[in-house]
Design a binder for this molecule. Structure first.
Ligand SMILES: *Cc1c(COP(=O)(O)O)cnc(C)c1O
Length: 340
């Protein structure tokens, strides 16, 4: 049995999801005439209590569109040094928006409001780029699935208001944070100008992300999505998967978190593991004690047993639990790790 823990994006649609997709009512979404896409957008907007939403083919495109919305070429955005928008979107910040990043040396992908305030360039000092946007990520990907303390996000919001900065949330895994912390989507909607959410990570859809914001910003986002080539036609087949996932796959994320916690505890007890980062959601980041074996050898040994994980660089390894990681696989993984 192949056990794939490389990412929570490796899932395949469940029978229920496939049935929802097959029976979707569709139209041409470029003409805004796809009832399933319209329904998904209305549903996500309502969930976050925002005026409007727009469906996208990827989380990268939602983030890039949000950055384009809130900045002008030459501007600077503030984000943590681990941020997905900086590290994993192909340099799109500069390619698409002509914007640079002020990187904050935060903790597990999270910054403090003081760090954000210190990162703002004085607007009257015309030699430095104009700061116009703050981007945060919840849960943090490279930070090991860490969840923000909501009050810190509120303090950053105050800093944004004081300095006239836009505030964007990369909520690719916001669902994991909501479930883990017992928070509501609405409280996030209230705080941020725009939020991007992924349907193709823990929620198990084959494709799709959504951007929420004001009526005015989503209208502008529609034009940007067009420019980026993100307009799709009968995308209701995909949106139907999103609607199904929102109705059926959010609460179950706690199972992924429980399994990840158990793997983390087991790893900590093994002699060849040097360090396991604190576990909050479904991402396990850990380091091998290279006196025993190298990270590459560890990955290869697991591969021999048809277990697949990924290296994050600097000797860090990552496993991510997800919908298709079953109880049986969980047993096999634990047994394999104990006897490695
Ligand atoms: C996955 C991810 C995205 C979007 O990625 P796509 O692969 O383009 O859908 C954005 N931000 C974070 C934190 C992510 O983990």
């Amino acid at each position: 049995m192949k056990i794939n823990l490389i990412s929570d994006t490796v899932t395949k649609p469940s029978p229920g999801m496939l049935e929802a997709m097959r029976s979707a009512d569709v139209g041409d979404d470029v003409f805004k005439a796809d009832p399933s896409v319209n329904k998904l957008e209305a549903k996500v907007a309502a969930l976050f209590n925002k005026e409007a939403a727009l469906y996208f083919p990827s989380g990268t495109m939602t983030n890039q569109t949000a950055i384009k919305l809130h900045t002008k070429p030459g501007d600077q955005l503030i984000c943590d040094k681990y941020a997905h928008v900086y590290n994993y979107e192909g340099g799109g910040v500069s390619f698409n928006s002509g914007v640079s990043c002020k990187l904050i040396d935060g903790h597990r992908g999270m910054m403090t409001s003081d760090q954000v305030e210190e990162g703002i360039n004085p607007p009257d000092f015309y030699h430095s780029p104009l700061t116009s946007l703050v981007c945060v990520e919840n849960t943090t990907n490279k930070g090991g699935g860490a969840c923000w303390d909501f009050s810190e996000l509120e303090r950053i919001k105050n800093v944004c208001e004081k300095h006239g900065l836009a505030y964007h949330l990369d909520g690719a895994r916001i669902w994991n944070a909501l479930v883990e912390k017992g928070e509501s989507a609405k409280q996030y909607g209230e705080l941020f100008d725009t939020i991007s959410v992924c349907l193709s990570k823990g929620l198990g859809c084959p494709v799709g992300s959504v951007l929420v914001g004001s009526e005015e910003s989503i209208e502008r986002a529609l034009r940007i999505r067009k420019i980026l080539g993100g307009g799709m036609r009968q995308s209701g087949y995909l949106a139907a998967a999103g609607i199904y996932a929102l109705d059926n796959h959010i609460e179950r994320l706690s199972e992924d978190h429980k399994k990840a916690g158990e793997i983390g505890l087991l790893l900590e007890s093994l002699p060849f593991i040097k360090k396991v980062e604190p576990l909050e959601t479904n991402i396990i980041i850990f380091e091998i004690d290279e006196n025993y074996l190298s990270a590459e050898d560890f990955i290869a040994k697991l591969e021999d047993k048809e277990i697949y994980i990924i290296g994050m660089g600097q000797g860090k390894l990552r496993m991510v639990t997800h919908m298709d990681y079953t109880d049986d696989m969980h047993e096999i993984l634990q047994k394999t790790l104990r006897t490695l």
